[in-house]
Ligand binder design. Structure first.
Ligand code: MN3
Length: 202
């Protein structure tokens, strides 16, 4: 199937002043769009063309002959997941079952936030910071470049893109500030809670 660039789940200006419309116009309109175009060109007229994006990512992960398919496909998936991880007027503390699980598995909200910031800040070069469900437990991870929890048998629950293109126009080199603002002002805990509930029902 030919992939299409999914629209942002909010208006391009909706995350201001934390993430500008200018950043989103490049990040979604150019970077994310380019991954979609590249992916479609790479799988066109191959057996992969008929498979879902998720199946292709899992199938080609670690295959040195299909690095381009993996990188572009995983970047398409990661970016769509990132947009859904954000919401205007987000942030604050998670509630309900998600909050209880953060307490049980990650040592509470404050430690979760501190450890997530560390993961995103210490990812050397381009990559992603994640909250995942791994063997039934919450875990904080980071991945390099296009790498994704999908390729590691983990269920992604939340992510922040820490490639420079995610924050440079608004924050220049201040990646830690960008991560803090996303966690405190934009994190879509309802999306995370739905992902957690969905993973447990599988
Ligand atoms: Mn990006």
């Amino acid at each position: 199937m030919t992939l299409e660039l999914p629209p942002l789940p909010f208006d391009q200006k909706a995350l201001e002043p934390h993430i500008s419309a200018n950043t989103l116009s490049f990040h979604h309109g150019k970077h994310h769009a380019a991954y979609v175009t590249n992916y479609n060109n790479l799988v066109k007229d191959t057996p992969l063309a008929g498979k879902s994006l998720e199946d292709v990512i899992k199938e080609v992960a670690g295959d040195s002959a299909k690095v381009g398919v993996f990188n572009n496909g995983a970047q398409v998936w990661n970016h769509t997941f990132f947009w859904n991880s954000l919401t205007p007027n987000g942030g604050g503390k998670p509630t309900g079952e998600l909050a209880s699980k953060i307490d049980a598995d990650l040592g509470g909200y404050d430690k979760f936030i501190a450890d997530f910031k560390t993961a995103g800040t210490t990812q050397f070069g381009s990559g992603w910071a994640w909250l995942v469900l791994d063997k039934g437990k919450l875990a904080i991870t980071k991945t390099a470049n296009a790498d994704t929890p999908l390729a590691h048998g983990q269920t992604a629950l939340f992510t922040i893109d820490v490639w420079e293109h995610a924050y440079y126009l608004d924050y220049q080199n201040r990646r830690p500030d960008f991560i803090s603002v996303v966690l405190e002002k934009l994190a879509n805990w309802d999306f995370v809670a739905k992902n957690l509930a969905g993973a447990k029902n599988k």
